[in-house]
Design a protein around this ligand. Structure first.
Ligand SMILES: NC(=O)c1ccc[n+]([C@@H]2O[C@H](COP(=O)([O-])OP(=O)(O)OC[C@H]3O[C@@H](n4cnc5c(N)ncnc54)[C@H](OP(=O)(O)O)[C@@H]3O)[C@@H](O)[C@H]2O)c1
Length: 325
C-alpha cells in the first residue's frame, strides 16, 4: 500500500503523520500517478496551519509534483501509462508516493527536464510566469522590487526578470541569501532585516520609485512596499509568509499616488486548461534554453516533511526544496 503524509488537525509541523493510504482506482477523467518527486511550497504551510482551510480532515497536503502515469481512468485520451507528467494544482494530495489526479491538470515533461526539476519548478515557475508576464508585463529598462528574492519563487523571478531585461532589486534576510540572489540575477540585494528597503529603492531609482512591487511577505513589508512605487504603480501582493495583511484602507492607494493593488493566485491564472498549457510551455522553454535555472538547495524524503516545514518557516531554506520519492 502507498504511503502519504496526513494532517489530522491544524497546527505545528508535528501534526503531519506518515501513513498508508488506500487510493482505489482512477475515476472518470483521472489518472493514478506514481510520484518521483514532490515540491515543497509555502502554501503547504498555510494549509497545515489553517491560514487556508482544507476541505476536511485528515488531508494530504501538497500541490506540486512530478511522476509517471501508472493507470488511466475512463475518458482520458491524451495520457497513457508510462507518460512522465508534472503539475501545480489542486486538489491537495502531493505528499504521497502515489495519488489520483485529474488528467486535465497534468502536463507532459520535456525530455530535457528531470522529474526533480519539474517538481521544483511547476508551482514556483508558473507563478513567476504570471507575475512577470501577465500581472505586470516586465520590460527591458524596468526596475522592479521583488521580496524574498532568495526563496523558491524569488530565485526563479530574479533570473526571469533579468532575462526580460529588467533591473532587479530584491530583499533578503541575510548576507548569504544576498550572495545567492546576486548570483541569480538580482542587481541590488537589500538586506531588509537591517536596511530600510524604501530608502534603498529611492536611492537606486534616483527618487522615482519602481513601477511594480512583488510582495509575498505580507504583514511586515506591505505598507513600506507601497512607498516604493511610482505614481500609478502596481502592488502585487501574492503571499503572506510573515502573516496576513489586515485592515487595509483603499484610500491609502489614492494618497500614495493612484496606485493599483492586486492579490493574485496561480489557481486563477491556470484555471483554463489552455492557459495552464501556455504558461507551462513558456516556463519549460526558459528552462530548457538555460535562461532560467531551477536551484534546488534542500532535498528531503517525504517522510521527513516535518523537518522540511520547520526549516521553511524558520527562513532557513534557499531556492527550492524537493521531496525525493
Ligand atoms: N499567490 C500565488 O499564486 C503564489 C504562488 C506561489 C507562491 N506564493 C507565495 O510566494 C511566497 C514564496 O513562496 P516559496 O514557496 O517560494 O517560499 P520561499 O520564498 O522559499 O520562503 C519564504 C521566504 O519568505 C521570507 N520571509 C519573510 N518573513 C518571513 C517570516 N516571518 N516567516 C517565514 N518566511 C519569511 C523568507 O526569506 P528571507 O529570509 O530572505 O526573508 C523565506 O525564506 C510565499 O509567500 C507563497 O505563499 C504565492
Amino acid at each position: 500500500m502507498p504511503k502519504a503524509m496526513k494532517v489530522y488537525e491544524v497546527g505545528a509541523p508535528s501534526v503531519m503523520q506518515w501513513e498508508d493510504v488506500d487510493l482505489g482506482k482512477p475515476g472518470e477523467g483521472e489518472v493514478l500517478l506514481r510520484h518521483t518527486a514532490v515540491g515543497l511550497n509555502f502554501i503547504d504551510v498555510y494549509f497545515r496551519t489553517g491560514v487556508y482551510p482544507a476541505a476536511g480532515f485528515p488531508f494530504v497536503p501538497g500541490l506540486e509534483g512530478a511522476g509517471v502515469v501508472d493507470e488511466v481512468g475512463t475518458g482520458v485520451s491524451d495520457l497513457s501509462v508510462g507518460d512522465r507528467v508534472a503539475y501545480a494544482s489542486p486538489p491537495l494530495g502531493a505528499y504521497a508516493e502515489q495519488r489520483l489526479m485529474p488528467a486535465d491538470r497534468l502536463v507532459k515533461i520535456p525530455a530535457e527536464i528531470t522529474d526533480t526539476t519539474a517538481a521544483a519548478m511547476m508551482l514556483k515557475g508558473m507563478t513567476v510566469q504570471y507575475l512577470l508576464r501577465q500581472v505586470y508585463d516586465v520590460k527591458s529598462g524596468d526596475t522592479i522590487l521583488f521580496h524574498a528574492a532568495a526563496g523558491g519563487v524569488g530565485l526563479i523571478a530574479c533570473q526571469w526578470a533579468k532575462h526580460l531585461g529588467a533591473t532587479v532589486i530584491g530583499t533578503v534576510s541575510t548576507d548569504e541569501k544576498a550572495d545567492l540572489a546576486r548570483k541569480h540575477g538580482c542587481d541590488y540585494p537589500v538586506i531588509y532585516t537591517r536596511e530600510n528597503f524604501v530608502e534603498r529603492v529611492k536611492e537606486i531609482t534616483d527618487g522615482k520609485g519602481v513601477p511594480v512591487v512583488y510582495d509575498s511577505v505580507g504583514r511586515t513589508t506591505f505598507d513600506d512596499s507601497l512607498d516604493c512605487l511610482q505614481p500609478k504603480g502596481l502592488m502585487a501582493s501574492f503571499g503572506q509568509s510573515s502573516g496576513a495583511v489586515e485592515n487595509f484602507n483603499p484610500g491609502v492607494l489614492s494618497l500614495k499616488g493612484s496606485l493599483f493593488l492586486t492579490r493574485p493566485t496561480l489557481m486563477t491564472y491556470t484555471a483554463r486548461r489552455e492557459d495552464l498549457v501556455a504558461m507551462a510551455d513558456e516556463l519549460c522553454s526558459v528552462v530548457t534554453s538555460g535562461a532560467v535555472t531551477i536551484p534546488i538547495n534542500q532535498r528531503f524524503r517525504l517522510a521527513d516533511a516535518i523537518q522540511a516545514h520547520t526549516d521553511l518557516e524558520a527562513r532557513k531554506t534557499q531556492g527550492a526544496t524537493v521531496f525525493e520519492v
